[in-house]
Design a protein around this ligand. Structure first.
Ligand SMILES: [Zn+2]
Length: 269
């Protein structure tokens, strides 16, 4: 009789061990974990020059184009090549204006000023953008409603980890604690991406930590920048360090993270 108890006890322990391990595996699930990087304005030649780096890391990103006039043949060729590589071509307005001011003139007026002309140029060039980045991160519910009605599946706003006013730091946040820059695959269509330009002051260690958090929480870290720069900005340049971008791509690969375009975020179940 004692023998059966002992076998029962051993079987019980084995079962408990299996349950605990499978729970742990479930808690540590990181199959969707990733990073969604986007770039704003119209640095088409400069972004295109990063193509070998994107290929090296098998990275997919989103380019948000401000389209105040028709795209040149050379620009169309480069953007199509990037699109064929798996990158997304999104829209970033016609005049890069302040949408919360334009919308006070009515939805029709806002559409005529900021959306229709640029979208017309993009359609004429063969692009059908499905995601939108708010110029200057400026928007409200009315603006978002117009953009959703226009068919944009995801609208991207701006998150900044460090604010400086007249040389005085107002706040500094570690990207790890900024929960709103991690996409939870809940089909949220209004999102914030963290600025990675040089003036963001984000360190390599902070960025690595943020990528680890995406892995731990099975979310996608959303980042964005402007012009690729190879030195300190001069003459009003604004952008990110290309070496910093490479650090991000490299770490993402080491963490086995997936690369998402912005529309893919909202389409991933
Ligand atoms: Zn912009």
């Amino acid at each position: 009789m004692m023998k059966y108890f002992r076998i029962g006890y051993i079987l019980g322990c084995v079962l408990l061990f299996c349950v605990v391990t499978s729970c742990q595996q479930k808690a540590g699930n990181s199959e969707k974990a990733g990073v969604a990087i986007s770039f704003d304005d119209r640095f088409i030649d400069e972004w295109y020059a990063l193509r070998p780096m994107f290929q090296k890391y098998n990275a997919k990103v989103t380019f948000y184009i401000t389209c105040g006039d028709s795209l040149k043949q050379e620009e169309i060729r480069k953007l199509k090549e990037l699109q064929d590589d798996g990158h997304e071509i999104g829209f970033h307005g016609t005049i890069h204006g302040k949408s919360t001011e334009m919308i006070t003139l009515g939805a029709e007026q806002y559409t005529q000023m900021e959306l229709s002309p640029g979208l017309g140029f993009m359609h004429a060039a063969g692009f059908q953008p499905t995601s939108y980045a708010h110029p200057g991160g400026n928007h409200n519910e009315q603006v978002d409603a117009v953009l959703h009605a226009k068919g944009f599946k995801i609208l991207r706003d701006v998150a900044i980890s460090r604010r400086v006013f007249m040389g005085i730091p107002l706040y500094v946040l570690a990207p790890r604690i900024m929960n709103w820059i991690y996409y939870k695959f809940d089909q949220q269509s209004i999102v914030d991406a963290l600025l990675i330009d040089q003036d963001s002051g984000i360190t390599d260690a902070e960025m690595k930590d943020a990528l680890v958090k995406a892995k731990e929480t099975n979310t996608a870290l959303m980042l964005f920048g402007h012009e690729p720069l190879y030195a300190k900005p001069v003459n009003g340049e604004y952008g990110f360090n290309v070496s910093f971008l490479e650090t991000i791509l490299k770490e993402a690969r080491e963490q086995n993270l997936r690369f998402y375009t912005m529309t893919e975020l909202v389409e991933t179940k």
